[in-house]
Design a protein. Structure first.
Length: 564
């Protein structure tokens, strides 16, 4: 009887398009042979599997597995994959195998065995790694592969790919074998007998019991800052900001706190690192910089697959990824941000309401474009509501359209600040199904207001690009000065008063070419703007200086911040 640690064990992982062979097919298969007494990484391999004729990969499966249609060119047929898997154990009659969720994978593997070797007994003797972990670590909030591997000190990407899962399962298997040996379970037969015993009843805790000691996060300072959750191997899992590090970090570990991914992430947290900063504003700025630098797996905000920003033409109907003679309005997060304004100007000029103009005007894709007759009735309703801006006149249509968009934005800002804000947000979140004239009018107004807000924000970010910002957080007496140069936070310090001495900052003018932004600079100044809005809204003080004598008056600045 060979010791468990000396046994060659087949590690298997399947990614599929459905929950069972009746509803899906194997999309990817990975395997490798591991031995617990070997510390080296398992020699794993994985293959995409060709789908049966007419089968497709659901969009959600594509997202979580990273599958793209181009991968079909690399795929091998299922029968070939089965034979390669069998060859890995040299045709053993019942190869010992470790699979994280064995019940799930075994259904697909048994289906293959029955189809490709109908006269041969099923050749895999598998144990479920998840079932073993549930017995060994009953208090862990999650025993998923990512949670368990991270808890034990292994890095695993969030994308569900078989190769990474095989390597992670082999790592977990080695750790579990050591734990099993400490309980005198040292052979495959003993492990099988132990798993066949009835599992002890597990009392459901009132709240999750996370591995990190409660004292660790309760001892954090009650000050603003940035925190980093770390695995036991030092990997950064998540970066967050806090007005109070002690309160914010503790809130993660409360029952039902956070997103559905939170228990999985918190199961892996072995340590917490913090950086204390002078204010909540500077914590928000530092959080952005830290996420950009470290790219933690559980941070989904402040990460962008497209690093570009955009600059629009003056008529808002085209955009480029860098400023130029024809692209002066920016930075913009999307090349389509100002298209509703362009459509509004064109329609106000008397242009024919083509399908493309109609979709841009209401702010939806071409798939949801209102019918011509319905849009015409909706436009007539808009003219009735806003005759001064939409009735033909000798005045520049661009100027009239921008005036209307500004008016709509101001009205929207006032509504959102009032009691009807929740109803407004619920209405704007609805899908644009079943167009009618009233709905067309509302969507044109909303799209124009949002687009104009983006336009104003772009102008503001250009001003903020080289500026001095003075602020006082609500309920604080501390006044801080931030010097922004070329879109970077060049210096930060305390100041004794809210008014600055003369500054050497050059004031951007309408004749000056716009500064060039990348995504990091755009996010930095956007976050700074959001924090300034919060401070002004909640009763703090904000002053922004753009030159030796130029400063936006406090009353005007509060209004500017509301609409950018």
């Amino acid at each position: 009887m060979r010791a468990l640690a000396d046994l060659d064990v087949l590690i298997i992982d399947c990614q599929t398009t459905g929950a069972s062979p009746a509803f899906g097919s194997v999309l990817e298969l990975g395997w490798g042979v591991a031995r617990a007494n070997r510390a080296e990484t398992v020699a794993a391999r994985a293959h995409w599997i060709a789908l049966p004729e007419g089968h497709v990969v659901p969009r959600q499966v594509q997202k979580i597995t990273g599958y793209e249609p181009a991968h079909s060119a690399e795929a091998i047929v299922a029968s070939d994959a089965w034979q390669r898997l069998r060859a890995a154990v040299q045709g053993a009659a019942a190869a010992p195998a470790a699979i994280h969720y064995a019940r799930f994978e075994l259904a697909f593997l048994r289906d293959w065995s029955a189809r490709f070797e109908p006269e041969t007994p099923f050749p895999i003797d598998a144990v479920c790694v998840h079932a073993i972990a549930c017995r060994l670590y009953p208090d862990l909030p999650r025993q998923s592969l990512r949670a368990l591997a991270g808890y034990l000190g292994h890095s695993l990407d969030l994308t569900r790919r078989s190769l990474g899962h095989v390597e992670a399962t082999a790592f977990v298997w080695r750790k579990l074998c050591a734990e099993l040996a400490s309980r005198e379970i040292e052979s495959w037969e003993q492990l099988r007998a132990w798993l066949s015993e009835r599992a002890p009843a597990k009392a459901r805790p009132k709240k999750p019991k996370y591995p990190i000691a409660t004292e660790r996060y309760k001892a954090l300072p009650d000050e603003p800052g940035v925190y980093r959750f770390l695995r036991s191997n030092g990997d950064v899992l998540y970066v967050g900001k806090a007005a109070s590090l002690k309160k914010r970090v503790a809130s993660h570990f409360l029952a039902r706190a956070g997103t559905p991914q939170s228990p999985e992430m918190l199961t892996q947290v072995g340590d917490i690192q913090v950086t204390v900063v002078p204010s909540a504003l500077e914590a928000a700025v530092l959080e952005n910089e830290t996420i950009k630098r470290l790219d933690p797996p559980y941070n989904v905000q402040l990460t962008a697959s497209d690093p570009r920003v955009w600059y629009s033409s003056r008529d808002f109907d085209a955009a480029a990824a860098s400023p130029g003679e024809q692209s002066l309005i920016g930075p913009l997060a999307s090349e389509y941000s100002l298209r509703p304004l362009g459509a509004l100007i064109a329609l106000a000029s008397g242009a024919s309401a083509s399908p493309h103009l109609r979709s841009q005007a209401v702010g939806v894709s071409d798939l949801w474009t209102p019918d011509e007759s319905v849009f015409a009735a909706g436009w007539a309703e808009l003219v009735r509501r806003h005759p001064a801006e939409l009735t033909a006149s000798s005045e520049d249509p661009r100027r009239r359209a921008l005036h209307l968009a500004k008016k709509l934005l101001l009205a929207r800002a006032l509504t959102k600040a009032g009691e009807d804000s929740a109803a407004l947000e619920a209405e704007t979140a609805q899908k644009p199904e079943g167009w009618d004239p009233e709905r067309v009018a509302r969507h044109v107004e909303r799209a124009a207001a949002q687009s104009y807000q983006t336009y104003r924000r772009a102008r503001w970010l250009q001003l903020l690009h080289d500026s001095d910002v003075v602020y006082r957080e609500p309920d604080s007496t501390r006044v801080r000065l931030l010097q922004v140069r070329a879109g970077e936070l060049a210096a930060a310090s305390d100041v004794a008063r809210a008014r600055l001495p003369p500054s050497r900052v050059r004031v951007p003018t309408a004749l000056r070419a716009p500064a060039e932004f990348d995504r990091a600079k755009y996010d930095r100044l956007r976050i700074l703007t959001t924090e300034l809005k919060r401070i002004a809204r909640d009763g703090g003080d904000v002053a922004v200086h753009f030159g030796p004598t130029r400063q936006i008056p406090a009353q005007l600045l509060a209004g500017v911040l509301r609409v950018i």
